[in-house]
Design a protein around this ligand. Structure first.
Ligand code: AHR
Length: 562
Protein backbone atom coordinates (compact mmCIF):
# COMPACT_ATOMS: atom_id res chain seq x y z
CA UNK A 1 0.00 0.00 0.00
CA UNK A 2 1.20 3.49 -0.69
CA UNK A 3 1.76 5.96 2.13
CA UNK A 4 -0.93 8.14 0.51
CA UNK A 5 -3.35 5.24 0.93
CA UNK A 6 -2.23 4.65 4.49
CA UNK A 7 -2.91 8.25 5.29
CA UNK A 8 -6.34 7.93 3.70
CA UNK A 9 -6.87 4.89 5.87
CA UNK A 10 -6.06 6.93 8.94
CA UNK A 11 -8.44 9.63 7.74
CA UNK A 12 -11.25 7.24 6.99
CA UNK A 13 -10.52 4.66 9.65
CA UNK A 14 -10.17 1.90 7.08
CA UNK A 15 -7.18 -0.39 6.55
CA UNK A 16 -5.26 0.01 3.31
CA UNK A 17 -1.86 -0.70 1.84
CA UNK A 18 1.34 1.38 1.75
CA UNK A 19 3.76 0.61 -1.05
CA UNK A 20 7.38 0.31 -0.05
CA UNK A 21 10.23 2.39 -1.22
CA UNK A 22 12.50 0.90 -3.83
CA UNK A 23 15.93 -0.09 -2.59
CA UNK A 24 18.52 2.17 -4.10
CA UNK A 25 21.69 0.61 -2.73
CA UNK A 26 24.65 2.29 -1.11
CA UNK A 27 26.15 5.41 -2.61
CA UNK A 28 29.48 4.97 -0.88
CA UNK A 29 32.13 3.24 -2.87
CA UNK A 30 34.39 1.06 -0.78
CA UNK A 31 38.04 1.50 -1.46
CA UNK A 32 40.56 -1.29 -1.28
CA UNK A 33 42.87 -1.45 1.71
CA UNK A 34 45.90 0.75 1.49
CA UNK A 35 49.35 -0.82 1.61
CA UNK A 36 51.03 -0.41 4.96
CA UNK A 37 47.95 -1.09 7.08
CA UNK A 38 48.61 -3.29 10.13
CA UNK A 39 48.45 -7.04 9.30
CA UNK A 40 45.47 -7.68 11.52
CA UNK A 41 43.43 -4.67 10.36
CA UNK A 42 40.71 -5.48 7.85
CA UNK A 43 39.38 -1.95 7.66
CA UNK A 44 40.66 1.55 7.26
CA UNK A 45 39.25 5.03 7.84
CA UNK A 46 40.98 8.01 6.37
CA UNK A 47 39.95 11.44 7.63
CA UNK A 48 40.69 14.23 5.18
CA UNK A 49 40.92 17.19 7.51
CA UNK A 50 41.53 19.62 4.70
CA UNK A 51 38.42 18.63 2.75
CA UNK A 52 35.50 20.42 4.43
CA UNK A 53 31.95 19.53 3.43
CA UNK A 54 30.00 22.10 5.42
CA UNK A 55 28.99 23.07 8.93
CA UNK A 56 26.85 20.48 10.71
CA UNK A 57 23.68 22.45 11.43
CA UNK A 58 22.67 21.86 15.06
CA UNK A 59 19.12 21.69 13.64
CA UNK A 60 20.02 18.25 12.22
CA UNK A 61 19.56 17.23 15.85
CA UNK A 62 15.89 18.14 15.75
CA UNK A 63 12.87 16.35 17.16
CA UNK A 64 9.25 15.84 16.27
CA UNK A 65 6.22 15.95 18.55
CA UNK A 66 2.73 15.10 17.31
CA UNK A 67 -0.59 14.76 19.10
CA UNK A 68 -0.52 11.04 18.47
CA UNK A 69 -1.02 8.28 21.05
CA UNK A 70 1.24 8.83 24.06
CA UNK A 71 3.53 11.52 22.65
CA UNK A 72 1.90 14.61 24.14
CA UNK A 73 -0.49 13.24 26.77
CA UNK A 74 1.43 10.84 29.05
CA UNK A 75 4.70 11.65 27.27
CA UNK A 76 5.37 15.39 27.53
CA UNK A 77 2.29 16.74 29.21
CA UNK A 78 1.42 15.07 32.51
CA UNK A 79 -0.46 18.01 34.02
CA UNK A 80 0.31 20.03 37.10
CA UNK A 81 -1.40 17.60 39.48
CA UNK A 82 0.34 14.49 38.20
CA UNK A 83 2.31 12.15 40.46
CA UNK A 84 5.03 12.40 37.78
CA UNK A 85 7.35 15.26 38.80
CA UNK A 86 6.64 18.14 36.45
CA UNK A 87 7.44 21.74 35.64
CA UNK A 88 4.07 23.43 35.22
CA UNK A 89 2.59 20.23 33.77
CA UNK A 90 5.59 19.25 31.63
CA UNK A 91 7.39 16.03 32.61
CA UNK A 92 10.51 17.04 34.53
CA UNK A 93 12.58 13.93 33.74
CA UNK A 94 12.02 14.55 30.04
CA UNK A 95 13.17 18.16 30.29
CA UNK A 96 16.32 17.12 32.15
CA UNK A 97 17.16 14.35 29.69
CA UNK A 98 16.48 16.58 26.68
CA UNK A 99 19.00 19.13 27.86
CA UNK A 100 21.65 16.40 27.68
CA UNK A 101 21.11 15.91 23.93
CA UNK A 102 21.15 19.64 23.11
CA UNK A 103 18.02 19.68 20.94
CA UNK A 104 18.19 22.54 18.48
CA UNK A 105 14.61 22.46 17.24
CA UNK A 106 11.29 20.67 17.82
CA UNK A 107 8.56 20.28 15.21
CA UNK A 108 4.92 20.37 16.39
CA UNK A 109 1.91 19.65 16.31
CA UNK A 110 2.25 17.06 13.52
CA UNK A 111 2.49 15.12 11.26
CA UNK A 112 -0.91 14.33 9.89
CA UNK A 113 -2.47 15.84 12.99
CA UNK A 114 -1.24 19.28 11.93
CA UNK A 115 -3.56 19.38 8.94
CA UNK A 116 -6.59 18.91 11.19
CA UNK A 117 -5.46 21.24 13.99
CA UNK A 118 -7.13 24.51 14.83
CA UNK A 119 -4.49 26.48 16.74
CA UNK A 120 -7.21 28.56 18.39
CA UNK A 121 -8.38 25.45 20.28
CA UNK A 122 -5.06 25.40 22.13
CA UNK A 123 -4.81 28.99 23.39
CA UNK A 124 -6.55 30.96 26.11
CA UNK A 125 -7.43 29.79 29.63
CA UNK A 126 -6.73 26.07 29.79
CA UNK A 127 -9.95 25.10 31.55
CA UNK A 128 -12.00 26.82 28.83
CA UNK A 129 -10.31 25.12 25.89
CA UNK A 130 -12.40 22.91 23.67
CA UNK A 131 -12.06 19.13 23.56
CA UNK A 132 -11.65 18.01 19.96
CA UNK A 133 -11.50 14.73 18.08
CA UNK A 134 -7.91 13.75 17.33
CA UNK A 135 -6.90 13.01 13.73
CA UNK A 136 -5.74 9.53 14.76
CA UNK A 137 -8.96 8.49 16.51
CA UNK A 138 -9.88 5.90 13.87
CA UNK A 139 -6.38 4.83 12.89
CA UNK A 140 -5.82 1.14 12.35
CA UNK A 141 -3.39 -0.10 14.95
CA UNK A 142 -4.61 1.20 18.29
CA UNK A 143 -3.38 -1.33 20.85
CA UNK A 144 -6.08 -3.69 22.08
CA UNK A 145 -8.30 -2.18 24.78
CA UNK A 146 -7.05 1.38 24.32
CA UNK A 147 -9.54 3.45 26.29
CA UNK A 148 -10.88 6.84 25.28
CA UNK A 149 -8.88 9.74 26.69
CA UNK A 150 -6.92 12.81 25.62
CA UNK A 151 -5.06 10.72 23.01
CA UNK A 152 -8.40 10.28 21.17
CA UNK A 153 -10.32 13.39 22.29
CA UNK A 154 -7.81 16.16 22.78
CA UNK A 155 -8.55 18.54 25.67
CA UNK A 156 -6.04 20.97 24.15
CA UNK A 157 -4.26 21.40 27.47
CA UNK A 158 -1.03 21.35 25.49
CA UNK A 159 -1.29 24.19 22.99
CA UNK A 160 0.96 26.86 21.51
CA UNK A 161 2.01 28.44 24.83
CA UNK A 162 2.74 25.09 26.47
CA UNK A 163 4.75 23.98 23.44
CA UNK A 164 6.78 27.19 23.44
CA UNK A 165 7.38 26.75 27.17
CA UNK A 166 8.59 23.19 26.55
CA UNK A 167 10.98 24.47 23.86
CA UNK A 168 12.35 27.12 26.21
CA UNK A 169 12.84 24.60 29.00
CA UNK A 170 14.90 22.33 26.78
CA UNK A 171 16.69 25.10 24.86
CA UNK A 172 15.20 24.38 21.44
CA UNK A 173 13.70 26.53 18.68
CA UNK A 174 10.03 25.85 17.83
CA UNK A 175 9.07 24.66 14.34
CA UNK A 176 5.31 24.92 13.82
CA UNK A 177 3.43 23.05 11.10
CA UNK A 178 0.50 24.95 9.59
CA UNK A 179 -2.82 23.37 8.71
CA UNK A 180 -3.05 23.63 4.93
CA UNK A 181 -5.65 20.92 4.30
CA UNK A 182 -8.51 22.13 6.48
CA UNK A 183 -7.76 25.77 7.28
CA UNK A 184 -7.17 28.90 5.24
CA UNK A 185 -4.13 31.05 4.64
CA UNK A 186 -5.84 33.66 6.83
CA UNK A 187 -5.89 31.23 9.76
CA UNK A 188 -2.19 30.66 9.20
CA UNK A 189 -1.39 34.39 9.13
CA UNK A 190 -3.29 34.80 12.37
CA UNK A 191 -1.31 32.01 14.03
CA UNK A 192 1.85 33.84 12.97
CA UNK A 193 0.28 37.01 14.35
CA UNK A 194 -0.56 35.29 17.66
CA UNK A 195 3.02 34.04 17.99
CA UNK A 196 5.05 36.90 16.62
CA UNK A 197 3.23 40.23 16.75
CA UNK A 198 4.77 42.68 19.23
CA UNK A 199 3.43 43.17 22.75
CA UNK A 200 0.17 45.19 22.78
CA UNK A 201 0.14 45.51 19.00
CA UNK A 202 -2.78 43.24 18.08
CA UNK A 203 -5.70 41.46 19.72
CA UNK A 204 -3.92 38.07 19.38
CA UNK A 205 -0.86 39.64 21.10
CA UNK A 206 -3.15 40.73 23.94
CA UNK A 207 -4.57 37.22 24.14
CA UNK A 208 -1.02 35.88 24.34
CA UNK A 209 -0.22 38.39 27.07
CA UNK A 210 -3.34 37.41 29.03
CA UNK A 211 -1.85 33.91 29.19
CA UNK A 212 1.36 35.32 30.65
CA UNK A 213 3.34 35.77 27.43
CA UNK A 214 3.68 39.46 26.79
CA UNK A 215 6.68 39.24 24.50
CA UNK A 216 6.43 37.64 21.03
CA UNK A 217 7.62 34.06 20.59
CA UNK A 218 9.53 34.98 17.40
CA UNK A 219 8.84 31.65 15.77
CA UNK A 220 11.04 31.35 12.71
CA UNK A 221 10.34 27.89 11.25
CA UNK A 222 6.93 27.26 9.70
CA UNK A 223 5.95 24.08 7.85
CA UNK A 224 3.41 24.75 5.11
CA UNK A 225 1.29 21.64 5.58
CA UNK A 226 2.53 18.11 6.02
CA UNK A 227 2.68 15.26 3.53
CA UNK A 228 0.48 17.23 1.17
CA UNK A 229 0.64 14.29 -1.24
CA UNK A 230 -1.24 12.24 1.40
CA UNK A 231 -2.92 13.12 4.70
CA UNK A 232 -2.18 16.78 4.05
CA UNK A 233 -4.75 17.03 1.28
CA UNK A 234 -3.98 14.49 -1.44
CA UNK A 235 -2.75 17.29 -3.69
CA UNK A 236 -0.90 16.97 -6.95
CA UNK A 237 2.47 18.76 -6.86
CA UNK A 238 1.01 21.53 -9.02
CA UNK A 239 -2.00 22.02 -6.75
CA UNK A 240 0.24 22.03 -3.70
CA UNK A 241 2.54 24.59 -5.33
CA UNK A 242 -0.44 26.94 -5.75
CA UNK A 243 -1.42 26.45 -2.09
CA UNK A 244 2.16 26.94 -0.97
CA UNK A 245 2.30 30.26 -2.81
CA UNK A 246 -0.99 31.39 -1.35
CA UNK A 247 0.05 30.49 2.20
CA UNK A 248 3.48 32.09 2.03
CA UNK A 249 2.57 35.28 0.17
CA UNK A 250 2.60 38.37 2.34
CA UNK A 251 2.87 36.69 5.71
CA UNK A 252 3.59 39.40 8.29
CA UNK A 253 7.25 39.29 9.33
CA UNK A 254 7.36 41.25 12.61
CA UNK A 255 11.12 41.43 12.18
CA UNK A 256 11.55 37.66 12.15
CA UNK A 257 13.46 36.02 9.30
CA UNK A 258 10.69 33.54 8.59
CA UNK A 259 11.77 30.17 7.17
CA UNK A 260 9.03 28.38 5.23
CA UNK A 261 9.34 24.64 4.74
CA UNK A 262 7.57 22.98 1.84
CA UNK A 263 5.95 19.59 2.20
CA UNK A 264 8.35 17.40 0.27
CA UNK A 265 8.34 13.89 -1.05
CA UNK A 266 7.49 10.50 0.33
CA UNK A 267 10.86 8.76 0.19
CA UNK A 268 12.02 8.35 -3.39
CA UNK A 269 9.18 10.21 -5.12
CA UNK A 270 11.35 12.39 -7.37
CA UNK A 271 8.34 13.31 -9.47
CA UNK A 272 6.82 15.21 -6.51
CA UNK A 273 10.02 17.21 -6.08
CA UNK A 274 10.54 17.90 -9.77
CA UNK A 275 6.98 18.97 -10.52
CA UNK A 276 6.63 21.12 -7.39
CA UNK A 277 9.89 22.94 -8.03
CA UNK A 278 9.00 23.48 -11.69
CA UNK A 279 5.59 24.90 -10.78
CA UNK A 280 6.96 27.25 -8.13
CA UNK A 281 9.71 28.41 -10.47
CA UNK A 282 7.11 29.27 -13.14
CA UNK A 283 5.87 32.01 -10.83
CA UNK A 284 9.37 32.89 -9.57
CA UNK A 285 8.30 31.78 -6.11
CA UNK A 286 11.21 29.52 -5.21
CA UNK A 287 12.80 32.31 -3.19
CA UNK A 288 9.93 32.06 -0.71
CA UNK A 289 10.96 28.60 0.40
CA UNK A 290 13.75 27.93 2.90
CA UNK A 291 13.56 24.16 3.18
CA UNK A 292 12.13 21.15 1.38
CA UNK A 293 10.90 18.43 3.72
CA UNK A 294 11.73 14.81 2.95
CA UNK A 295 10.24 11.92 4.94
CA UNK A 296 11.81 8.49 5.15
CA UNK A 297 10.90 5.67 7.50
CA UNK A 298 12.75 2.35 7.72
CA UNK A 299 10.13 -0.33 8.05
CA UNK A 300 10.26 -3.05 5.41
CA UNK A 301 12.25 -6.00 6.72
CA UNK A 302 10.64 -8.57 4.42
CA UNK A 303 13.73 -8.99 2.28
CA UNK A 304 11.85 -7.95 -0.83
CA UNK A 305 9.05 -10.47 -0.33
CA UNK A 306 6.41 -7.75 -0.04
CA UNK A 307 5.93 -4.01 -0.19
CA UNK A 308 2.76 -4.16 1.88
CA UNK A 309 2.79 -1.53 4.62
CA UNK A 310 1.57 -3.98 7.23
CA UNK A 311 3.05 -7.29 6.03
CA UNK A 312 6.49 -5.79 5.44
CA UNK A 313 7.08 -4.73 9.03
CA UNK A 314 8.76 -6.77 11.74
CA UNK A 315 8.77 -6.85 15.50
CA UNK A 316 10.76 -4.26 17.45
CA UNK A 317 12.29 -6.88 19.76
CA UNK A 318 12.06 -10.29 18.13
CA UNK A 319 13.78 -10.24 14.80
CA UNK A 320 15.91 -12.54 12.70
CA UNK A 321 19.42 -11.93 11.41
CA UNK A 322 17.91 -11.14 8.03
CA UNK A 323 15.58 -8.57 9.58
CA UNK A 324 18.53 -6.98 11.38
CA UNK A 325 20.33 -6.34 8.13
CA UNK A 326 17.20 -5.44 6.21
CA UNK A 327 16.33 -2.64 8.61
CA UNK A 328 19.83 -1.19 8.30
CA UNK A 329 19.63 -1.49 4.53
CA UNK A 330 16.39 0.51 4.64
CA UNK A 331 18.03 3.17 6.80
CA UNK A 332 20.98 3.36 4.44
CA UNK A 333 18.64 4.50 1.66
CA UNK A 334 18.84 7.95 3.25
CA UNK A 335 22.09 8.56 1.38
CA UNK A 336 20.59 8.15 -2.09
CA UNK A 337 17.36 9.89 -1.12
CA UNK A 338 19.37 12.97 -0.20
CA UNK A 339 21.57 12.94 -3.29
CA UNK A 340 18.72 12.10 -5.70
CA UNK A 341 16.35 14.80 -4.44
CA UNK A 342 19.22 17.27 -4.20
CA UNK A 343 20.10 16.73 -7.80
CA UNK A 344 16.48 17.14 -8.95
CA UNK A 345 16.16 20.32 -6.85
CA UNK A 346 19.33 21.60 -8.52
CA UNK A 347 17.81 21.22 -12.00
CA UNK A 348 15.65 24.24 -11.14
CA UNK A 349 17.20 25.82 -8.06
CA UNK A 350 20.65 26.00 -9.59
CA UNK A 351 22.26 27.84 -6.68
CA UNK A 352 20.68 25.44 -4.21
CA UNK A 353 19.15 28.17 -2.11
CA UNK A 354 16.58 25.69 -0.83
CA UNK A 355 18.01 23.10 1.57
CA UNK A 356 16.73 19.69 2.57
CA UNK A 357 14.81 19.29 5.82
CA UNK A 358 14.35 15.62 6.72
CA UNK A 359 11.60 16.39 9.18
CA UNK A 360 10.44 12.81 9.68
CA UNK A 361 12.84 9.89 9.84
CA UNK A 362 13.22 6.76 11.92
CA UNK A 363 12.19 3.14 12.27
CA UNK A 364 8.59 1.97 12.15
CA UNK A 365 7.99 -1.52 13.54
CA UNK A 366 4.74 -3.41 13.80
CA UNK A 367 2.58 -2.82 16.88
CA UNK A 368 2.86 -4.92 20.02
CA UNK A 369 5.75 -3.57 22.08
CA UNK A 370 4.29 -0.21 23.14
CA UNK A 371 4.79 0.72 26.81
CA UNK A 372 1.05 1.27 27.30
CA UNK A 373 -2.07 0.56 25.29
CA UNK A 374 -2.79 4.26 24.77
CA UNK A 375 0.52 4.69 22.94
CA UNK A 376 -0.55 4.36 19.32
CA UNK A 377 2.56 3.61 17.18
CA UNK A 378 4.59 3.18 20.37
CA UNK A 379 7.40 0.66 20.16
CA UNK A 380 10.40 -0.69 22.05
CA UNK A 381 13.92 -0.11 20.87
CA UNK A 382 17.13 -2.13 20.76
CA UNK A 383 20.72 -1.72 19.64
CA UNK A 384 19.41 -2.26 16.08
CA UNK A 385 17.51 1.03 16.32
CA UNK A 386 20.60 2.68 17.80
CA UNK A 387 22.52 1.64 14.70
CA UNK A 388 19.82 3.15 12.50
CA UNK A 389 20.16 6.40 14.45
CA UNK A 390 23.95 6.48 14.20
CA UNK A 391 23.99 5.51 10.55
CA UNK A 392 21.39 8.15 9.67
CA UNK A 393 23.02 10.99 11.61
CA UNK A 394 26.34 10.10 9.98
CA UNK A 395 24.64 10.30 6.59
CA UNK A 396 23.34 13.79 7.41
CA UNK A 397 26.84 14.89 8.41
CA UNK A 398 28.31 13.61 5.17
CA UNK A 399 25.74 15.84 3.44
CA UNK A 400 26.09 18.82 5.75
CA UNK A 401 26.07 21.08 2.69
CA UNK A 402 22.57 19.88 1.77
CA UNK A 403 20.70 18.99 4.98
CA UNK A 404 19.74 22.04 7.04
CA UNK A 405 17.46 20.32 9.55
CA UNK A 406 16.24 16.85 10.50
CA UNK A 407 13.66 15.68 13.01
CA UNK A 408 13.55 12.13 14.28
CA UNK A 409 10.05 10.66 14.60
CA UNK A 410 8.99 10.90 17.31
CA UNK A 411 10.29 12.20 20.62
CA UNK A 412 8.58 9.96 23.16
CA UNK A 413 6.29 6.90 23.19
CA UNK A 414 6.08 6.74 19.40
CA UNK A 415 8.14 5.12 16.61
CA UNK A 416 11.89 5.75 17.05
CA UNK A 417 11.63 7.50 20.39
CA UNK A 418 14.42 8.70 22.62
CA UNK A 419 12.20 8.06 25.63
CA UNK A 420 9.45 5.80 26.86
CA UNK A 421 7.20 6.98 29.67
CA UNK A 422 4.00 6.09 31.39
CA UNK A 423 2.65 8.02 34.38
CA UNK A 424 5.71 8.43 36.65
CA UNK A 425 7.84 5.83 34.86
CA UNK A 426 10.46 7.03 32.43
CA UNK A 427 13.31 5.39 30.54
CA UNK A 428 15.98 6.37 28.02
CA UNK A 429 16.16 4.27 24.85
CA UNK A 430 19.36 3.27 22.99
CA UNK A 431 18.48 5.98 20.44
CA UNK A 432 18.74 8.57 23.22
CA UNK A 433 22.28 7.38 23.93
CA UNK A 434 23.24 7.80 20.27
CA UNK A 435 21.86 11.34 20.30
CA UNK A 436 23.85 12.14 23.41
CA UNK A 437 27.05 10.62 22.01
CA UNK A 438 26.62 12.36 18.65
CA UNK A 439 25.69 15.77 20.10
CA UNK A 440 29.41 16.56 20.05
CA UNK A 441 29.18 16.86 16.25
CA UNK A 442 26.79 19.83 16.40
CA UNK A 443 28.14 23.00 14.86
CA UNK A 444 31.37 21.32 13.74
CA UNK A 445 32.88 21.38 10.27
CA UNK A 446 32.06 18.10 8.58
CA UNK A 447 35.16 16.79 6.81
CA UNK A 448 35.43 14.10 4.18
CA UNK A 449 36.16 10.56 5.30
CA UNK A 450 37.04 7.48 3.29
CA UNK A 451 35.82 4.23 4.80
CA UNK A 452 37.30 1.02 3.50
CA UNK A 453 35.79 -2.05 5.13
CA UNK A 454 34.44 -5.45 4.09
CA UNK A 455 30.73 -5.53 3.39
CA UNK A 456 28.52 -7.49 5.78
CA UNK A 457 27.04 -10.65 4.29
CA UNK A 458 23.73 -12.28 5.03
CA UNK A 459 21.02 -14.33 3.40
CA UNK A 460 18.19 -12.29 1.91
CA UNK A 461 15.12 -14.22 0.90
CA UNK A 462 17.31 -17.30 0.34
CA UNK A 463 19.92 -15.44 -1.70
CA UNK A 464 23.35 -14.13 -0.67
CA UNK A 465 23.27 -10.39 0.01
CA UNK A 466 25.46 -7.70 1.52
CA UNK A 467 25.17 -4.26 3.07
CA UNK A 468 27.99 -1.81 3.57
CA UNK A 469 30.32 -2.47 6.44
CA UNK A 470 31.70 0.26 8.67
CA UNK A 471 30.37 3.72 7.93
CA UNK A 472 30.47 7.03 9.72
CA UNK A 473 31.40 10.69 9.66
CA UNK A 474 33.86 13.17 11.14
CA UNK A 475 33.67 16.78 12.24
CA UNK A 476 36.28 19.26 13.31
CA UNK A 477 35.91 21.65 16.26
CA UNK A 478 39.12 23.67 16.66
CA UNK A 479 41.65 21.10 17.92
CA UNK A 480 39.12 18.34 18.42
CA UNK A 481 37.93 15.82 15.89
CA UNK A 482 34.74 13.84 16.45
CA UNK A 483 34.62 10.57 14.53
CA UNK A 484 31.52 8.39 14.77
CA UNK A 485 31.29 4.91 13.32
CA UNK A 486 28.67 2.16 13.08
CA UNK A 487 29.55 -1.51 12.62
CA UNK A 488 26.44 -3.33 11.36
CA UNK A 489 28.08 -6.74 11.31
CA UNK A 490 26.60 -9.22 13.76
CA UNK A 491 29.70 -11.41 13.93
CA UNK A 492 32.78 -9.45 12.93
CA UNK A 493 34.85 -7.11 15.04
CA UNK A 494 36.46 -4.67 12.61
CA UNK A 495 40.09 -4.05 13.47
CA UNK A 496 40.57 -0.65 11.85
CA UNK A 497 43.46 1.60 11.08
CA UNK A 498 42.38 5.23 11.42
CA UNK A 499 44.53 7.78 9.64
CA UNK A 500 44.19 11.53 10.05
CA UNK A 501 45.68 13.17 7.03
CA UNK A 502 47.61 16.29 8.02
CA UNK A 503 47.35 16.08 11.82
CA UNK A 504 48.92 14.49 14.90
CA UNK A 505 46.91 12.86 17.62
CA UNK A 506 47.36 13.78 21.27
CA UNK A 507 44.56 11.96 23.07
CA UNK A 508 41.61 9.74 22.20
CA UNK A 509 38.49 9.21 24.30
CA UNK A 510 36.04 6.54 23.26
CA UNK A 511 32.34 5.91 23.90
CA UNK A 512 30.82 2.68 22.59
CA UNK A 513 27.22 1.54 22.57
CA UNK A 514 26.67 -2.16 22.00
CA UNK A 515 25.17 -5.24 23.60
CA UNK A 516 25.94 -8.93 23.26
CA UNK A 517 22.20 -9.58 23.11
CA UNK A 518 20.93 -7.74 20.05
CA UNK A 519 17.35 -8.14 21.28
CA UNK A 520 17.94 -6.49 24.65
CA UNK A 521 16.26 -3.19 25.48
CA UNK A 522 15.94 -0.66 28.26
CA UNK A 523 12.68 -1.03 30.15
CA UNK A 524 11.00 0.50 33.18
CA UNK A 525 12.26 -2.54 35.16
CA UNK A 526 15.76 -2.52 33.70
CA UNK A 527 16.42 1.05 32.54
CA UNK A 528 20.21 0.83 32.22
CA UNK A 529 20.58 -2.40 30.26
CA UNK A 530 22.03 -0.57 27.25
CA UNK A 531 24.33 2.34 27.99
CA UNK A 532 27.52 3.62 26.40
CA UNK A 533 30.86 2.50 27.87
CA UNK A 534 33.76 4.95 28.02
CA UNK A 535 37.45 4.16 27.50
CA UNK A 536 40.67 5.75 26.32
CA UNK A 537 43.22 4.64 23.70
CA UNK A 538 46.79 5.52 22.85
CA UNK A 539 47.64 6.64 19.34
CA UNK A 540 49.94 4.36 17.35
CA UNK A 541 51.87 7.05 15.48
CA UNK A 542 51.60 10.77 14.93
CA UNK A 543 48.35 10.71 12.96
CA UNK A 544 47.39 7.04 13.16
CA UNK A 545 45.54 4.83 15.57
CA UNK A 546 44.11 1.35 15.53
CA UNK A 547 40.71 0.61 16.97
CA UNK A 548 38.51 -2.50 17.09
CA UNK A 549 34.90 -1.74 16.32
CA UNK A 550 32.75 -4.32 18.11
CA UNK A 551 30.02 -6.15 16.20
CA UNK A 552 26.64 -4.40 16.25
CA UNK A 553 28.04 -1.21 17.71
CA UNK A 554 27.94 2.59 17.54
CA UNK A 555 31.19 4.32 18.54
CA UNK A 556 32.31 7.88 19.08
CA UNK A 557 36.00 8.77 19.09
CA UNK A 558 36.86 12.18 20.53
CA UNK A 559 40.30 12.88 19.16
CA UNK A 560 42.31 15.79 20.53
CA UNK A 561 44.78 17.00 17.95
CA UNK A 562 48.32 17.92 18.96
O1 AHR B 1 5.01 10.01 12.37
C1 AHR B 1 3.79 9.41 12.12
C2 AHR B 1 3.15 9.88 10.83
O2 AHR B 1 3.94 9.47 9.74
C3 AHR B 1 3.03 11.37 10.65
O3 AHR B 1 1.91 11.89 11.24
C4 AHR B 1 2.94 11.51 9.16
O4 AHR B 1 3.42 12.75 8.71
C5 AHR B 1 3.71 10.32 8.63
O5 AHR B 1 3.02 9.64 7.67
Amino acid sequence: MKRREFINAALTGSIALWAGNKLDGSAIKLLSLMPGAPQSADSRIEVLLDEPIGKIAPEIYGHFVEHLGGVVYDGIWVGENSKAPNIGGIRRSLVEAMRRVKPAVVRWPGGCFADSYNWRDGVGPREQRRRRTNFWVDAPGWPRGAPDGPWKYDPNHFGTNEFIRFCRLIGAEPYLAANLRSQTAQDFYEWVEYCNSPANSTSPAEMRAAAGEREPFKVRYWGIGNESWGCGGNFTPEEYAAEFRRFTAWVPRYGVNLAFIGSGPNGGDLDWTRRFFAKLAERRALGGMWGWALHHYSWNVSGGRTTDWFQGKGDALNYTTEEWYELLREADRMESLITDHWSVMGEIDRQHRVKLVVDEWGVWHKPGTEAHNTHLLGQQSTIRDALVAGLTLDTFHRHADKVAMANIAQLINCLQSLFLAHEDKFVLTPTFHVFEMYAAHQGGQSVRTIFSSPRSSYTRNGQPATIRGLSGSASLHDRQLILTVTNPDLGQTRETEIVLRGASIKEVKVATLTDKDIHACNSFDNPSRIEPKNSQITPRGAGTLVFSFAPASVTRLQITLA
